[in-house]
Design a binder for this molecule. Structure first.
Ligand code: NAP
Length: 278
């Protein structure tokens, strides 16, 4: 039976030490979150981010815009926040309403305040093998989780499923930087099972229940990023936990694995940007 990669436990440990660190700062980091529209999931995520920041003593502000906000309104707010020295971190909650270009909005954020690590500067640094100012939160959290359990990455075959800018692409680059041999899979990949059977580490971020124990190599490490509701309204991940946990050596549960690590990384990034701004 596999050992659990416990994201909740690691979150508590990291946040506790971050809180003591923030207490010692004379001025505090300030995270501003821009939320456009009324996507219920986004509202919950933003609320959690604000509550977690406040618990750590980080100033946090949410700026709400209606779904019909214009791109120019958002761009001028970002410019104002970029020029405001009291603001040390800016996050634009995705998805944005359809009439707004996500690229234009993200490109406008100052890379020094880009807490998600999504701006072209930070992405460019990451993809050219350099250090970005901060790393994207979900892949950063996954590496923290693997490191906590002393899982070796160098020389291992890591299979990343999903190629989004939020998870798969930066994850693959970060694993490559840690000297893994990386294979990226996506919806057009043929014979996924043949590939996963050779994986030492699988990071699955498809948003679909695609991983069963029978397609895993024994003793591999499985990180389940997916989170969605099934037809019965139950929260599920990409991995069939019962069958997979019989085969692999480590597995992250859903919920309680990657989710808590993503918000932890956001807090770490907020503090890192603040320290770099001093
Ligand atoms: P996304 O933008 O929808 O991307 C999904 C990726 O999975 C795409 O690259 C897609 O391939 C690939 N894919 C879809 N079906 C597949 C299949 N049958 N076999 C192989 N690949 C397949 O998703 P995302 O934003 O990266 O999120 C993925 C999942 O992770 C979602 O469930 C999301 O809720 C969750 N998530 C969780 C956290 C967390 O903190 N826990 C953070 C971010 C995301 P194509 O590119 O070919 O379409």
């Amino acid at each position: 039976m596999a050992q659990i990669l416990d994201g909740k436990k690691l979150r508590e440990k990291i946040l506790e030490s971050l809180k003591s660190k923030v207490e010692k700062f004379q001025t505090k980091p300030t995270l501003v979150v821009i939320l456009a529209g009324d996507n219920p999931a986004s509202k919950i995520y933003v609320n959690n981010k604000k509550k977690t920041a406040e618990k750590l003593g980080i100033n946090s502000q949410v700026i709400n815009y209606p779904a019909d906000v214009t791109e120019n309104e958002l761009l001028s707010k970002i410019e104002e926040l970029n020029n405001d020295n009291s603001v040390t971190a800016i996050l634009v909650q995705l998805p944005l309403p359809e009439h707004i270009s996500k690229e234009n909005i993200i490109d406008a954020i100052s890379p020094q305040k880009d807490v998600d690590g999504f701006t072209p500067y930070n992405f460019g640094r990451l993809f050219s093998g350099e250090e970005p100012i901060v790393y994207p939160c979900t892949p950063k959290g996954i590496l923290l989780l693997l490191d906590e359990y002393n899982i070796e990455i160098e020389g291992k075959h890591a299979v990343v499923i999903g190629r989004s800018n939020i998870v798969g692409r930066p994850m693959a680059q970060m694993l490559l930087k840690r000297n893994a041999t990386v294979t990226m899979c996506h919806s057009k990949t043929k014979n996924l099972a043949q590939i996963t059977k050779t994986a030492d580490i699988i990071i699955s971020a498809a948003g679909k229940n695609i991983i069963k124990g029978e397609i895993l190599k024994s003793d591999c490490v499985v990180v389940d990023v997916g989170i969605f509701k099934d037809e019965n309204g139950k929260t599920r991940g990409d991995v069939d936990f019962d069958s997979a946990s019989q085969i692999c050596s480590y597995i992250s549960p859903v919920p309680g694995g990657v989710g808590p690590m993503t918000i932890t990384s956001l807090m770490l990034n907020t503090v890192e940007l603040f320290e770099k701004s001093l």
